[in-house]
Design a protein around this ligand. Sequence first.
Ligand code: EPZ
Length: 419
Amino acid sequence: MDKFIIQGGARLEGEIRISGSKNSGLPILAATILAEGPSVISNLPHLNDITTMLALLRSLGVKVNSEKSSAEIDASRLTELEAPYALVKTMRASILVLGPMLARYGEANVSFPGGCAIGSRPVDIHLRGLEAMGAKIEVDGGYIRATAPRGLKGTHFTMDKVTVGGTENLMMAAALAQGTTVLENAAREPEIVDLARFMIAMGAKIEGVGSGRLEINGVSRMQGCQYTVMPDRIETGTYLTAAAATAGKVKLLATRADILEAVLDKLAETGAHIETGEDWIALDMKGDRPRAVSLTTAPYPAFPTDMQAQFTAMNAVAMGEARVSETIFENRLIQTHELNRMGAQIRLDGNTAIIKGVPQLKGAPVMASDLRASASLVIAAMAARGQTVIDRIYHIDRGYESIEEKFKVLGGHIRRVPG
Ligand code: EPZ
């Protein structure tokens, strides 16, 4: 297993380009199953999760032609209606093919995704919503077997928790259902807006995009289109936070400030000077150490759970004390134990981390446990004195394109060694 060796202490300074969004690219790729003709998707990030989704589509019989950051996808005819365990176990987002496959073919078998490091992550709301549209669902031999021989039917469904994946799966299923579906308490994340825009370009009829109430009027067929995936707001936030933690100065290109407001507000609270343009964000700490900032994660437009770990690392080297509460996933503060091994002073009280900032962390061998936890360790290592060795970085390759190259451009001392 590859490792990162990071020599800390450099102020991160410079300009980098942000990649396309992983969490919008994944559902957009799944949604290609809805269409009867080929689509060309551009600005796809080069990541293991995207490669896994393309492999899953190929295994269903989809024709995929991918090069650099774009892919031509023709899902005119699927030859298999089963997402196998071997692929689903490596990536939970595989569940996103369930809704579109069922809507288009009246049948779908998807391996039941298990829990993962950050929490139990059930899919009960996805399944209840599909049942409300008339699907019959059985769980058999570790597989979700969903059937709707006479097609899905529009329904009025209230999700009892805000779920990103649930909203995406049900929106895709409803697009080809007979009649109108209303989804209440829908997630409003920018990635859902991106998926909805892609689907509308393919012929779907969706109203209320970006709100908590989606109204989808089913259509009988959809066609392929050309679409550019939005920038990755979490990658953007990660580099901004890394710059804040190292008293640095960065400019991030090919990104958007309007999808990152809660994060930019918190960065401004640290003392960062932030400027934004149509497609760039600049942050300058003017050489100062950040001030600690408290936060609570919640669904969009509030502070994203996917930025919590990075802010926890920054708070570890900030001036003052912060309380960081994680309300989305039950086990997403585990990286704090690794940060403490680097000299951080973090105490856990239920789902809240109480972080007393220290002037400097000290490099140590640490272990990555999930994608964003890994990013937090990289940030801590950049800000620390001495050398940090981060093990199990395969987690980071799932979600950050060319991370070591980008940190190098910013002056970070990071190298990958094969393990
Ligand atoms: C998406 O996961 C993202 N993944 C996650 O990104 C992100 O952390 C999460 O949304 C929250 O923003 C992708 O977009 C591919 P949820 P998802 O359904 O859809 C509970 C990253 O680091 N729930 O919104 O799986 C669930 O357990 C990641 O890039 C149910 O109870 O998240 C959680 O507590 C990891 N029943 C909460 O809802 C359900 O049927 C939110 O989960 C579904 C979810």
